[in-house]
Design a protein around this ligand. Structure first.
Ligand SMILES: [Zn+2]
Length: 249
């Protein structure tokens, strides 16, 4: 039947365009994933810097707190010393001296703590500045890489858009011969990962499989599909079967 052969020919043409579009979409998805990874890489570097900055900020706060305590101790000591003339007994004087000495001890301990924090802060700032340099370098690099990837995507979008007219013409080509099969084709295309027309494939051992779902089918199918007397399709994946001329023995 000439009609089936014509329909198959028109469907193969349409599938070629759709495979081209499908591959572009697959490539686009892969690029989008790369963009996500690049963004995550940058976020990670930024996070590394943020953590280090927070650590040095915390040390700065600790240092400011200690400095405040030291100042308060100074005020306390001065107040006690200023009040020494009001002390009447020897015992009271001794007690006052003891308190001042205790304050001075606390102050010395605070000053020692401050030195330790300042040393930590110095190291922290160094580490933070390295992290900052790292993430700022990455920021420039990664943003450029992302821009390049986005350009690739828009080129693929243009290529896909460029196929619209070809696809419409190919659909018309099918409809001219068979008005019904186009809906079936579109449905399979949508449900079967962009492939509605599949080759039957014969391996060296002579066994025949569906090029769509890769399942082995009865060998007789090859002979039937070659006849092009009607539309044959895969029981497993529903794809419409074709055999290309080059595969004929
Ligand atoms: Zn199949």
């Amino acid at each position: 039947m000439a009609e089936a052969a014509e329909v198959l020919g028109a469907l193969v043409k349409l599938q070629k365009i759709d495979t081209f579009i499908h591959n572009l979409n697959v490539e686009k998805e892969a690029i989008s994933k790369q963009i996500l990874l690049k963004n995550a890489e940058f976020e990670n570097a930024k996070l590394g810097f943020d953590e280090k900055k927070k650590a040095t900020d915390d040390l700065k706060k600790q240092k400011a707190g200690i400095e405040l305590e030291i100042k308060q101790k100074d005020v306390d000591i001065k107040a006690k010393e200023a009040n020494s003339h009001m002390v009447k007994t020897n015992d009271q004087f001794k007690l006052m001296q003891l308190e001042v000495e205790r304050d001075k001890q606390v102050k010395r301990k605070l000053e020692d703590d401050e030195i330790i924090i300042m040393e930590k802060e110095e190291v922290g700032i160094k580490v933070m500045k390295e992290a900052e340099k790292d993430y700022k370098e990455k920021e420039i690099l990664i943003k450029n890489q992302i821009k390049a990837l986005e350009t690739e995507i828009s080129l693929k979008d243009s290529a896909i858009a460029g196929e619209a007219a070809n696809r419409a013409a190919a659909i018309e080509g099918v409809k001219k011969i068979d008005k019904v099969i186009i809906d079936r084709y579109e449905k399979i295309l949508k449900n079967r990962n962009g492939l509605a027309v599949a080759e039957l494939i014969k391996n060296e051992k002579g066994s025949v499989s569906c090029g769509g779902c890769k399942l082995t089918v009865r060998a007789q199918a090859m002979i039937e599909v070659r006849k092009k007397d009607k539309i044959y399709s895969c029981d497993n994946c529903a794809r419409i079967w074709v055999v290309t001329e080059t595969e004929q023995e």
